[in-house]
Design a protein around this ligand. Sequence first.
Ligand code: SF4
Length: 128
Amino acid sequence: MTDNNGPLYGDASMSAECTRRVFLKAAALAGAGTLAGCDGGAETAALREKAKRLGAGLDCSDVSALQPAEVSTRTDNEYRQHTERVDQFCLGCLNFEPNPVETACGACKTVRGPINPDGWCKQWTKVK
Ligand code: SF4
């Protein structure tokens, strides 16, 4: 079971396939972090680590080329460059448009301007 805030751990509906998948991911990710659960929890944990690694050294705050209405898409949605959320971050968002150069800021279909893969805003939407 999941809600908008991510998987609910200890869910009795966890399938055998899910358990097997998590086990295999755990083996693949050994040493790369802890498991966060099923329903893509292992994938989310790996992606979260990648977002932190990519976003740590990026400054995606330059809005000097934006019009005021475009800047508002950032402020109105409470965009921030780094999120404290375990399972909600731009790299894992449906709206994120990664830069072909991994070490550069990406873009977003909703929020204008440079976007940090480690960022977050109120429009975060889980990739299905
Ligand atoms: S919608 Fe928000 S969380 Fe999603 S990529 Fe854009 S800025 Fe990041």
